[in-house]
Design a protein around this ligand. Structure first.
Ligand code: S3P
Length: 198
């Protein structure tokens, strides 16, 4: 993709977005938070990090929630918090890697948002996740095997996202430009479909 959208197109994206949320999905290390923050800045909308909101609601870190109550409890909270956050658009909402695996969350995102999958390959994810040690799913002797398995299970589901952007080892600015180009294209197609139905 790598096409620079013009300021006029950025404004058109912002207008056509209406009250919806741009929801970033993808595996740990794909860059959802970093790209999300910059994307929100470009579009002049709020940025929300679902993991941070889950931690705030629980008064605990994600690692503590997993340790004290287990993963199913975390997933329940994640589903509820994301359903609530989706009512606050327009915004860019970055979600934890497992969130989009919930059918209910996918349906909620479909209703109130546009899902953008930041797709990254294993070597890039591995390089990125090594910078942080607080992810409970990766506290394993073999994080590479864990990520490989998650890619197998999750990528077919992430593929349901409205827009797919390859998160490569290039500048954040270039990835944000790809997301904006994807959004411009998606919203243009959406308008054409609406016109065709009239
Ligand atoms: C998870 C990803 C994490 C966090 C939790 C579980 C997952 O978020 O929600 O540790 O299941 O992939 P990031 O993708 O933001 O690291």
């Amino acid at each position: 993709m790598s096409r620079r959208v013009t300021p006029v197109e950025v404004e058109a994206i912002r207008q056509r977005l209406g009250q919806r949320s741009i929801v970033l999905v993808g595996l740990m290390g794909a860059g959802k938070t970093t790209i999300g923050r910059r994307l929100a800045h470009c579009l002049d909308v709020r940025f929300t990090d679902a993991d941070a909101e889950i931690e705030a609601a629980a008064g605990k870190t994600i690692a503590e929630i997993f340790a004290d109550h287990g993963e199913p409890h975390f997933r329940d909270g994640e589903r509820r918090v994301i359903a609530r956050l989706l009512q606050n658009g327009p915004q860019v909402l970055s979600t934890g890697g497992g969130a989009y695996m919930s059918e209910e969350t996918r349906a909620n995102i479909c209703r109130s948002g546009i899902a953008v999958w930041l797709r990254a390959d294993l070597p890039l994810l591995l390089k990125r996740v090594q910078k942080r040690s607080d992810r409970p799913l990766l506290r394993s002797d073999n994080p590479e095997a864990v990520l490989r398995r998650l890619i197998e299970i999750r990528y077919p589901v992430y593929a349901a996202a409205d827009i797919v952007v390859d998160s490569r080892d290039i500048s954040h600015t270039a990835i944000v430009a790809d997301v904006l180009a994807g959004l411009a294209n998606h919203l243009k197609n959406e308008m054409a479909d609406e016109d065709a139905r009239r």
